[in-house]
Design a protein around this ligand. Structure first.
Ligand code: ADP
Ligand code: MG
Length: 731
């Protein structure tokens, strides 16, 4: 019988492109948001009073009162039932990195035995999922092992379709008994509210009409798509989402013929399918294209308010996984599924928008709006400068460690790129204002920033694709985020450090105004100082180069290469303070989170270590021994018929080479096992993570080296694992 590998290969060749109707007559506008309880739909199902109350909560983040909640729940239920929904769930984002649901039926039985369908305000507002096994970092001791989900009215409810089932999903936060957060959403909402307040205060220097500032996020999601059968024949892909072994194919991405090439048909059908599912859920996908590596792709939506954008990204990842199954494909969201070809990231485009319709990171047309732009622009740079370690910590994960600094992704050094024109503007502000500002210096504000920037950005030379944090005309793009990450993690940090910086800015400006300085002059004076003090974080060159690593070291910038080290940022005095002062995390929440992230790191490396050991012993070694036996048999035969030793030199040599690799492979697997045992004995999370990082993980490369060498010599027919060329090029 064929091995699993060959069965899978045969199946790919036989696989027909899934016949979906494509878009056919369907228009995106009619599909868009059809499964979302928002906009006109709400109007239709709610009384005026309930509608107003819901809209108000959505905007201000305040609670919907109990009586109104009953009405909203009734409206939602009616809407959902008309669409064939039977169940509802509170939908939340625990720290496992996926989304969680616990379905409940509308169906209930009254005390007199009548069966009715019920969904009231209580069920909408709060639930208590049995959640004792979600990560909590010691926050929930078993005696209080209760977790609560609470409705987030700012993110609309939606209907998730899976097969023939339909479920009403209520976006919620997930908290412990005493209110401590156990998820991504709760701190995100806090950070957004804090930023709103700090930014509005600063806006008032320039425009008293601003009443609200929202952070906006537009993510770009990279991913791989491979055949499901082939993926299932690789235990490493199944269990870890990445290949732990495998020699690079003769042809990788060196020809760059995949980038922006035509999309393979089977993948194209998959894309159209998941796009349509996404549109129904109100995810405003806009672009799709091939990425650099073979079988790598990207999609991006139109940007949205940050909280909704985060929900939509997590939803999309879920939808992609589900829809891929229908096409017998597998979407790989891992940061580095394949060695030797590019990994995947998730660019987080971030900006700030006012309720007066202004993008605060878009240069204005008049001197006054120019100054507002400069204020937010320089404050962002200062925030990144002061808290670069927190941003690095926010994107740290076992997966992302394989990608950062690997000549395809930004390095672990955080720096900001702003382009030549804006560098000149900042230099100008810095140089003109030596001691004190004079009225004459206001001329700087008259620089026509608005007209210049778009022109310069059209010109690709003023773009830097290697920067981890780049200004791209009207937003900053945080490029070092991992493809499987929850965007909330970097967004919480960015919002928090921006809040802190803006608060300090206001204090600094107010102090000068109190001394009798004119407002505009005071603002410029403070900006000038910020430009000077945060200069070393700015870098315009090639972030992938060796020289930058050296230069960054000279500048004293941080370079945390591994996750356990990068996560320390969350427990430095300065790091803790910024979260406490802005009420994002309490001491217990922050410590718990730090522990959870370390634990997650250890678990991931541990699982990979187990798998690489298993693959070596149970797949690679038997194949190698098998082939070696064939060679031995062959030599024996040749000898028997009287062939001279010279006549089977190659075979003898190969037998020896195989023995060498087998021995090495085995020795390293055993040594890794020992290292793991030692690491597991360490109680302290931080120490254990460091041990895994520096004493267990290094064996991965050593083991892989010998396994991959064996792959090159062993008879192809005997090799049990689908090879890179099959995974990357067959579909
Ligand atoms: P590119 O990266 O090629 O310049 P775009 O400028 O279209 O492409 O933007 C890429 C991503 O940035 C998209 O997801 C887009 O929605 C998002 N984006 C654009 N403007 C903003 C903004 N003001 N705030 C947040 N994200 C934005
Ligand atoms: Mg981009």
């Amino acid at each position: 019988m064929d091995s699993v590998r060959f069965q899978a290969i045969k199946a790919v060749s036989a696989a027909e492109e899934k016949k979906i109707s494509g878009y056919g007559e369907k228009r995106i506008t009619t599909m868009f948001g059809s499964n979302v309880f928002s906009g006109r739909t709400i109007r239709e199902y709610l009384s005026d009073e309930a509608y107003k109350s819901l809209m108000n909560s959505a905007k201000s983040g305040s609670r919907v009162d109990r009586r109104m909640a009953d009405q909203v729940a009734a409206g939602m239920k009616a809407w959902a039932e008309e669409r064939g929904v039977t169940h509802f769930t509170h939908w939340f984002q625990p720290l496992t990195g996926t989304t969680a649901e616990k379905h409940d039926s509308f169906f209930t039985i009254k005390s007199d035995g009548t069966a009715i369908e019920l969904f009231d305000g209580d069920a909408l507002i709060q639930q208590e999922p049995d959640a004792s096994s979600f990560p909590n970092g010691g926050i929930r001791a078993t005696f209080e092992a209760r977790g609560y989900t609470a409705w987030d009215p700012s993110s609309p409810a939606f209907i998730m379709e899976a097969g023939s089932g339909k479920t009403l999903c209520i976006p919620t936060i997930f908290i412990a008994y005493n209110g401590e957060s156990l998820d991504y959403k709760a701190p995100l909402l806090k950070s957004l509210a804090a930023l709103d307040k700090a930014a509005v205060d600063v806006c008032h220097y320039f425009d008293k009409n601003v009443g609200k500032v929202t952070a906006t996020l537009g993510w770009e999601q990279e991913y791989f798509v491979i055949d499901e059968g082939l993926a299932n024949a690789r235990p490493d892909l199944m269990m870890c989402g990445r290949t732990l072994l495998g020699h690079g194919p003769a042809k990788g991405q060196q020809l760059e013929d995949h980038y922006f090439g035509s999309i393979p048909e089977r993948v194209y059908a998959f894309m159209q399918d998941f796009e349509q599912e996404s549109y129904k859920l109100g995810i405003p996908l806009r672009t799709r294209h091939n990425e650099v590596a073979p079988s790598q792709f990207e999609c991006a939506p139109i940007f949205e308010e940050c909280n909704i954008a985060v929900d939509h990204n997590t939803l999309l990842m879920d939808v992609m996984n589900k829809v891929a199954k229908r096409h017998k494909l597998k979407a790989l969201l891992h940061e580095k599924p394949f060695a030797g070809v590019n990994g995947s990231g998730k660019h987080n485009n971030w900006s700030l928008a006012t309720d007066t319709g202004v993008n605060l990171l878009s240069p204005g047309k008049t001197p006054r709006t120019n100054l507002m732009f400069l204020t937010f622009f320089v404050n962002t740079i200062k925030a990144v400068h002061d808290y670069d370690d927190l941003l690095r910590g926010a994107i740290a994960s076992a997966n992302n460690d394989h990608r950062l600094g690997a000549n395809e992704a930004p390095p672990a050094i955080i720096s900001v790129y702003i382009g030549k024109y804006l560098s000149d503007v900042l230099d100008e502000v810095e140089s003109r204002v030596k001691e004190k500002f004079s009225e004459q210096d206001e001329v700087i504000l008259k620089l026509d920033i608005h007209k210049q920037i778009p022109e310069l950005l059209m010109d690709n030379t003023d773009r830097n694709r290697t920067s981890p944090f780049a200004f791209t005309g009207n937003k900053f793009e945080f490029r070092a985020v991992g493809s499987s990450a929850n965007c909330a993690s970097p967004m919480v940090v960015l919002n928090t450090i921006m809040t802190e910086t803006l608060k300090q800015f206001k204090k600094d400006v107010d102090a000068l105004i109190e001394k009798g300085e004119k407002k505009e002059i005071a603002v410029l004076q403070v900006l000038r100082n910020y430009i000077t003090t945060s200069k070393r974080i700015r870098f315009e060159g090639d972030n992938y180069s060796e020289e930058w690593a050296e230069e960054a070291k000279r500048r004293g910038l941080n370079n945390f290469k591994t996750t356990p080290e990068a996560l320390d940022a969350f427990v430095t005095e300065k790091g803790k303070q910024v979260f406490y002062d802005n009420n994002i995390y309490s001491k217990r929440e922050l410590e718990a989170r730090h522990e959870i992230m370390l634990e997650d790191y250890v678990k991931k490396v541990q699982i990979e270590a187990r798998l690489i050991g298993y693959l070596s012993t149970n797949h690679v070694l038997p194949a190698a021994v098998n082939y070696q036996n064939t060679l031995i048999e062959n030599v024996r035969g040749l000898k028997e018929i009287g062939i001279d030793k010279k006549g089977y030199k190659a075979q003898l040599n190969l037998i020896e080479v195989i023995s060498g690799h087998i021995q090495n492979l085995n020795d390293n697997v055993e040594a890794m096992l020992e290292a793991r045992k030692k690491a597991n004995e360490i109680a302290d999370f931080h120490e254990r993570a460091l041990k895994y990082c520096h004493e267990v993980k290094p064996y991965f490369d050593k083991i892989r080296y010998h396994a991959d060498k064996l792959e090159l010599v062993v008879d192809d027919k005997l090799w049990p694992l689908p090879k890179y060329r099959e995974l990357l090029f067959m579909r």
